[in-house]
Design a protein around this ligand. Structure first.
Ligand SMILES: O=P(O)(O)OC[C@H]1O[C@H](OP(=O)(O)OP(=O)(O)O)[C@H](O)[C@@H]1O
Ligand SMILES: O=C(O)c1cc(=O)[nH]c(=O)[nH]1
Ligand SMILES: [Mg+2]
Length: 193
């Protein structure tokens, strides 16, 4: 898939939102990529996952035992990546604040894990999810995401292969421009404040 084809999937699904958003990291942005809208169409989700699987170098792809993704945003694309790679997919949750496996999901000791996210902004959620896999006995050997909006700056500590880079500015609390501050704030994600 070309970059234009990927972007047109985002536009067609009305996933590129404008407003004033409080991101998972606590930073503010005038733009939000609502990947749930991209993934609500199963054919589109499958196409994007197949394209994302092609981004992983073959030597890494061949080592993957299982796919793990952080809820909520990672669940659907994680499941589709499992299908594209012919591997099981499970997800991490954080109802008490720290990611862990629930629902009877467990990793074989030393299992080689592909971490799958929808969006990487600062990389904080990814690093937390990667640490959680270590506590669960697995080893994350690479991460993929639909979107990297970190300007290529997120350091996840493992090789990272995003499907597309879409960079929008983000601001700390004390940096928010006046015109953005004037817009009512919404927090689309599920991380607890
Ligand atoms: O790279 P970061 O700065 O951590 O931001 C990206 C994270 O933020 C979103 O999740 P969020 O915590 O909003 O919850 P959600 O997955 O339930 O939407 C997104 O799904 C990523 O997990
Ligand atoms: O950083 C985030 O929380 C974030 C940004 C974005 O564009 N989309 C998303 O789902 N989360
Ligand atoms: Mg998330």
């Amino acid at each position: 898939m070309t970059e234009d084809e990927i972007l047109s999937e985002f536009r067609a699904s009305e996933a590129l939102l404008e407003g004033h958003f409080l991101l998972s990291s606590g930073r503010h942005s005038g733009h939000y990529l609502q990947c749930a809208r991209v993934l609500m169409n199963p054919d589109r989700a499958g196409r994007l996952a197949f394209a994302l699987a092609q981004k992983i170098p073959r030597d890494i792809r061949n080592q993957i035992d299982v796919v793990v993704s952080p809820a909520m945003g990672g669940i659907i694309i994680g499941q589709e990546m499992g299908r594209a790679l012919g591997k099981d997919a499970m997800f991490l949750e954080r109802p008490e604040g720290e990611f862990h496996l629930r629902r009877g999901f467990r990793l074989e000791p030393g299992a080689k894990v592909l971490m799958v996210e929808d969006v990487v902004t600062t990389g904080l959620s990814s690093r937390e999810a990667i640490a959680a896999v270590g506590r669960e006995g697995g080893e994350v050997i690479a991460e993929v995401s639909l979107v990297d909006r970190s300007n290529g700056e997120a350091d996840l500590g493992v090789p990272f292969f995003p499907l597309i880079d879409i960079n929008f500015p983000t601001y700390a609390d004390d940096e928010v421009p006046e015109d953005l501050a004037a817009i009512e704030i919404t927090k689309p994600g599920s991380r607890k404040a």
